[in-house]
Design a protein. Structure first.
Lengths: 100, 522, 691
């Protein structure tokens, strides 16, 4: 029996990696992957707590989140394509025409 | 009685239809449509005069109010929102004023408005809908919707058809009055929440009666008296912007100068009265104990000082202006100061006179703006120095202008005199609220009648009399009949009310006297 | 039906003629003149009928139209009060108005003036307002018509609006009188508020329950119940109220220091000047004091002020009349001076003398103005007396009537002015000697000023006569004057006869000397025994009682005995008048008169500038009020609106700075989110006690 804290530590680590990726990388694809990491960190939490409390709704929720993530990737990749088409690059810091 | 509902519905449908009508026919169409609320409101006025006796005040005796109709609508936050309308001696004349002035303003738009007519006339009618609603609604929710609903057409009317600085003026007007509404809103809901469970609706009569019955409880640890004071001050500030009262008046001259003539007529004639009407309803009826100084003794004197200062200050500002429209705009501030003084006096003649002054000033200032508009249509200038001797070329217009100016100065047998005398009679002896300052403040306010004579006579001497000269390159070909006719109608109304003030003053007294009975009772 | 049932028509007839002339004048043969003549003639007939009824011992005091029915407060109404004073004044006003209308046919129609419907409409409204004022039964109605009179003066003085002068003069006339009316209005409001608690009809002039009577009860009997005197002693407060109302009187009756509008008002057509000066606007002020004399008689301070203002104005205006070059200017200053006499009489307890002088003055001043109008027609609208001369032989009717008017004005026996002015001075003198304390001294000082003014009056009047009619014609126009027709000569002749004879209505000195009952006006104003008038308490008998027994204690003192004082006073004033006339004769009755005013040195400058009264009043308007308003405007635009615009600038500025956070770089947004998350965690941690 692995204690719940370990799962939480894993989740926190994955979350931090994701945040790090979002904050430091400029490539849109790596961005997208980092976002997936953050999302999965949340999923780990859901499953871990579900396991601890013996309640299945957390696990069901995680399944929904995965489905949602898949849909999100589809939209995200679409955005990346449009980004490339408009700026000939997928560097997210280039696309600042919508500011003030 | 569905009279008010019919009035609202017909005017609203007419407004929508006007938007759809081709520009060429919009003016005549809208004018024709506006005769329905005109005839309707005047008919209601007549019915009121002949059939309703002892109506009393709409907020204090809601069961006897004329043309009353109440329908439950929705539940909102524990309160039942009602469609609730009714008219008493304060709102009835104002409703009739709205009907009359709108039609006349529409007729006076025929000449100056030459683009986007259908939208212009549609917005004017839309504004009339809201104005009818403001003066007849007895439920706060509905009242507030109409109250804000007036701003949008007004904003567009100034912003689209206005003069060179129209955008500045329109935004200033909108933001200023909207912020004021917010302040007032906070004040009002302070009252509503502190009344707690004792009210089930947002009906103004119910809230008033709960307040009079002393149902108010403390809120968030603040004592009842402080809550009342807070609510009073917030609402006073909110409404004072609309009146406007010094120092919250600076949107007015800009809005007036930039607005096209008919819009100025509505702005000065009816919109300013919304402020004083609301002051009378909310501050001086619901919170009459605060207004009479039983919570904070200095309150009535402070308000009176603001009113008196507005009178003198507005008159002095008018004296300094060169633009005819600015002169009339600033003099409105002066005239509305009298209303404040009359209200705060809290005597039969003071409050009645203040209400009468709302009607009277609505007619006279509308007349003045229209007259300035006719001159502007002909000369294409409003600057005092740019013209002289107009009496030579447009005798009838000038004749009416001079009569209107004398009406403004308070010439006897015109409505302004009656209103001012009532107010002075009321406030001079208002020692209960103003103490020994009552005669002093009244005497100072009276000096306004000298300054107003000064600037109007001076302006007339320079523009209307002397040898004929015009700086702009336009030929005066005399104003059209439909330009002058509204002026004549208004002038006749001013004289009618001046000779027989009891046409309105009787019902006004019936409506304001009950307020005096509850004043100061906590 | 009695005459009183038709009384409203006295004012309504001229009002109808106003409407007819305004809207139909263009289509009428004489442009509305005939309607005016018919209406004023009708008013005159009705006034005469009313006067006859009053002579029969009846009076009238009724509320006719409720202006507003007060709910839980007092009513305001329009009503009619007719007592002998009213009846007399109605006669005067409608009579003068009729003559002015007839004269206008010659002055305006025959001279081919334009805008005649407007002119006759103005005359009609003027007459109607004045008549309404005269029989007003309460002080609010009086104020209302008082203001309407002001409006009409504005319209008529500014009749020739195409020139620069008349609109300016009209504005000045209205503004200066408005300034006085400001105080009057405070007084009116104050009277209503003061007496509202004590009587149902606080504004009424006459009868039990009217404010003078209630005030009298308060002071004499100490019945102050219900009175609201704002914490003052009743007498102090009534003095204040009286002085406030007096402000309106001083404005309309052109008393110092509010007299400055009147000379400028000469810009109006001459018949209008006649109407304003003789019977309507200027008379309104003095009439008002007479109307509420019961109130004024109660307070010694107001009496003193009235007497002093009157005496001073009489002298002050007379000195300015001495140097004027224009015919109408001389007459204007003489008007101010003569109304000063009336005020002097009212202040010093000579109620009848004042009314008497009001009557005679109405006749001879109308005559002089119409005569001046005839001269102006003849001179092709030249008004400078130095351009005239020698008109005596060319226009005899005008000359002899004008001479009659001048003799009356100068106060030469037996012309009308002598009798009335003599009585004014005599009353001031005996009351001055009789009354104890400061009030008596004030009366004597006022008397002295009035007496001195007699000399100047004689001088300037005959300077005017000699310069205009005697000597050689000094210009071409004066050699060939324009003729005048019946419509000018007719009114002149009527007035000329009256100016000679009207003094005989009140030969009070003759009665005292011989015992003949010839003081008809005295009897008229005293009220017949047992007539309905006593209840109104506006008779002289009542006033006398108030003057004697009230706080003023005005008593009669005759240092030289009854006959001696009378004769001494008459001789003194007559002697001074004759001296003035002779002085003028010696200086100006020469073939080629010259201006002797240069000998006055710097005084001449002072007089020509009217003691710089205009200057300081103009300064008050343009040098003080206008800069003040400019400063207020700057303050408003700068500070008040500056704050408003400042708030919007601050919002705009801070917005323009804060929006830079919106960099458009997604990474930055993510950073904000992360930082916010950390901050939230720390905050929750600290407050939640995790650490």
């Amino acid at each position: 029996m692995i204690p719940t804290q370990y799962y939480l530590l894993l989740s926190a680590a994955v979350f931090c990696i994701g945040i790090f990726g979002v904050l430091t990388r400029r490539n849109a694809l790596i961005f997208l992957m980092s976002v997936e990491l953050i999302l999965n960190a949340a999923n780990i939490n859901l499953v871990a707590f579900s396991f601890q409390y013996g309640n299945l709704s957390g696990q069901v929720f995680a399944l929904f989140a995965m489905g949602l993530a898949a849909a999100e990737v589809a939209v995200g990749l679409g955005i990346v394509l449009v980004l490339y088409r408009n700026f000939s690059d997928i560097d997210v810091t280039e696309a600042t025409t919508m500011r003030w | 009685m569905v009279a008010v509902a019919a009035l609202l519905a017909v005017t609203l449908l007419g407004a929508i239809a006007t938007f759809l009508v081709d520009d060429r026919y919009a003016a005549k169409f809208a004018t024709a449509v506006s005769t329905i609320p005109l005839v309707g409101s005047v008919w209601m006025y007549y019915v009121y005069l002949t059939e309703y006796q002892g109506v009393g005040n709409a907020l204090l005796s809601p069961d006897t109010v004329a043309f009353r109709q109440t329908i439950d609508w929705i539940e909102l936050g524990g309160y039942t929102i009602q469609y609730s309308v009714g008219l008493d001696g304060v709102s009835m004349p104002l409703l009739a004023l709205t009907g009359i002035l709108t039609t006349l303003a529409l007729v006076s738009s025929w000449t100056p408005i030459d683009e986007r007519q259908s939208q212009f006339y549609g917005l004017m009618l839309l504004m009339e809908v809201s104005l009818i609603g403001v003066f007849s609604a007895l439920d706060f929710f509905f009242w507030f919707v109409f109250w804000e609903g007036v701003l949008i057409p007004m904003y567009l009317l100034i912003g689209v058809w206005g003069g060179p600085r129209r955008k500045y003026a329109a935004i200033k007007f909108f933001v200023y009055t909207n912020v004021a509404s917010l302040v007032m809103f906070v004040g009002f809901f302070t009252l509503v929440f502190s009344l707690g469970d004792s009210i089930a609706t947002l009906g103004l009569p119910e809230i008033t009666q709960a307040l009079v019955a002393g149902e108010m409880g403390s809120l968030a640890g603040i004592a009842v008296a402080d809550l009342k004071l807070l609510a009073f001050v917030l609402m006073f500030v909110g409404f004072a912007v609309k009146v406007p009262v010094f120092p919250l008046h600076t949107w007015l001259p800009d809005a007036h100068v930039e607005a096209p003539t008919p819009v100025s007529v509505m702005l000065a004639g009816v919109l300013l009265k919304m402020g004083t009407y609301a002051l009378l309803r909310f501050n001086f009826t619901m919170l009459s104990d605060v207004a009479t100084g039983s919570v904070l003794a200095i309150m009535p004197v402070a308000i009176a000082v603001i009113g008196v200062f507005s009178v003198i200050y507005g008159a002095l500002l008018a004296l300094a202006q060169r633009d005819l429209k600015r002169i009339v705009a600033y003099s409105s501030i002066s005239s509305m100061g009298y209303v404040i003084l009359g209200l705060v006096a809290f005597t039969p003649h003071g409050m009645g006179g203040a209400t009468f002054q709302m009607i009277s000033h609505g007619l006279i200032s509308g007349l003045m703006f229209m007259a300035v508009g006719v001159i502007y249509n002909e000369t294409h200038t409003r600057m005092v120095g740019d013209m002289s001797g107009l009496a030579d070329r447009m005798p009838w217009t000038v004749g009416i202008f001079v009569s209107a100016a004398f009406g403004y100065m308070g010439l006897p047998l015109m409505s302004g005199f009656a209103a001012e005398v009532f107010i002075f009679l009321g406030s001079f002896g208002a020692t209960d609220t103003l103490g020994t300052l009552a005669p002093v403040l009244t005497s100072i306010a009276m000096f306004g009648i000298v300054i107003v004579a000064g600037y109007l006579l001076w302006a007339m001497q320079r523009t209307l009399f002397g040898g004929y000269e015009l700086e702009t390159d336009y030929e005066l070909d005399g104003a059209a009949f439909h330009d002058v006719a509204p002026l004549a109608v208004l002038l006749l109304l001013v004289i009618l009310l001046g000779v027989a003030p009891d046409l309105s003053y009787g019902m006004i007294q019936e409506a304001v006297n009950p307020i005096l009975e509850i004043g100061g009772g906590v | 039906m009695t005459a009183f049932d038709y009384a409203p028509a006295i004012a309504l007839l001229p009002f109808v003629s106003f409407l007819v002339a305004l809207f139909g004048g263009q289509y009428l043969p004489k442009k509305g003149a005939l309607a005016g003549i018919a209406a004023t003639a009708g008013s005159l007939v009705l006034s005469a009928w009313v006067a006859l009824t009053v002579a029969g011992g009846q009076t009238y005091n009724e509320a006719l139209y409720t202006f507003t029915a007060g709910l839980e407060t007092f009513d305001l109404h329009l009503g009619i009060l007719i007592d002998p004073l009213t009846a007399l004044m109605l006669l005067i006003v409608s009579f003068i108005a009729l003559l002015v209308h007839v004269f206008s046919l010659g002055y305006m129609n025959d001279e081919g003036e334009t805008g005649l419907p407007r002119y006759y409409a103005g005359l009609g409204l003027f007459t109607a307002s004045m008549l309404g004022f005269v029989y007003a039964d309460n002080i609010l109605m009086a104020f209302m018509f008082f203001e309407l009179v002001g409006l009409c003066s504005y319209l008529l003085i500014g009749f020739n609006f195409r020139e620069a002068g008349p609109p300016s003069a009209a504005k000045k006339a209205f503004l200066v009188t408005r300034f006085g009316d400001y105080f009057f209005l405070i007084g009116v409001v104050g009277i209503f508020v003061t007496f509202a608690g004590a009587t149902q009809t606080p504004g009424l002039f006459a009868g039990e329950g009217s404010f003078p009577v209630v005030a009298e009860h308060a002071i004499v009997d100490g019945a102050t119940e219900g009175l609201n005197t704002f914490g003052f002693e009743p007498q102090t407060w009534f003095t204040i109220l009286g002085l406030l109302v007096l402000g309106g009187v001083m404005g309309k009756s052109a008393q110092f220091p509010l007299h400055t509008w009147l000379p400028d008002a000469m810009e109006g057509p001459t018949p209008v000047s006649a109407l304003i000066h003789a019977a309507t606007m200027v008379a309104a002020g003095v009439y008002l004091v007479a109307r509420m004399y019961g109130f004024y008689a109660l307070t010694p301070t107001t009496l003193a002020v009235i007497a002093l203002v009157g005496g001073f104005t009489a002298l002050f205006a007379a000195t300015m009349g001495v140097v004027k070059q224009e015919l109408k200017q001389v007459l204007a200053y003489s008007t101010i001076s003569q109304y000063g006499y009336m005020m002097l009489a009212l202040g010093s307890g000579g109620y009848i003398a004042a009314v008497f002088h009001l009557t005679t003055h109405a006749v001879f001043k109308a005559l002089l103005f119409l005569g001046a109008g005839a001269v102006i027609i003849a001179m092709h609208h030249e008004e400078n007396m130095w351009e005239m001369g020698g008109l005596k032989d060319k226009m005899p009717v005008t000359y002899y009537t004008f001479l009659a008017g001048s003799l009356a004005l100068a106060g030469i026996v037996p012309f009308a002015g002598f009798w009335s002015k003599d009585e004014v001075l005599y009353e001031a003198l005996i009351h001055g000697f009789g009354t104890e304390g400061g009030l008596g001294t004030v009366f004597l000082v006022a008397y002295a000023m009035g007496l001195l003014a007699v000399f100047f009056t004689g001088f300037y009047t005959f300077r005017m006569v000699y310069l205009t009619f005697h000597g050689e014609a000094r210009t071409e126009t004066a050699k060939k004057p324009h003729g005048v027709r019946w419509n000018v000569k007719g009114p002149l002749a009527v007035l000329g006869i009256l100016a000679t004879t009207i003094g005989f209505v009140n030969l009070a000195p003759v009665k005292k000397l011989t015992g003949l009952e010839v003081d008809f006006l005295h009897k008229w104003l005293l009220g017949a025994e047992g007539s309905g008038w006593e209840a109104l308490l506006t008779g002289y008998e009542h006033y006398e009682h108030v003057l004697h027994d009230g706080p003023a204690h005005v008593l009669v003192g005759e240092p030289l005995g009854a006959t001696g004082t009378l004769i001494a006073s008459a001789l003194l004033s007559l002697g001074l008048a004759v001296a003035g006339v002779l002085a003028a004769r010696s200086l100006y009755k020469v073939p080629e008169p010259v201006e002797h005013t240069d000998k006055l040195g710097s005084i001449k400058t002072l007089l020509m500038h009217n003691y710089y009264q205009d200057e300081y009043q103009v300064w008050l308007a343009t040098g003080f009020t206008y800069p003040l308003s400019r400063a207020a405007d700057k303050f408003d635009q700068g500070v008040i609106d500056g704050v408003v615009n400042g708030i919007s600038s601050v919002s705009l500025f801070s917005g323009s700075r804060v929006r830079r956070l919106q960099t458009g770089v997604v990474t930055n947004y993510a950073l904000f989110i992360t930082i916010a998350l950390v901050v939230l965690l720390v905050v929750f941690g600290l407050t939640g006690g995790w650490f």
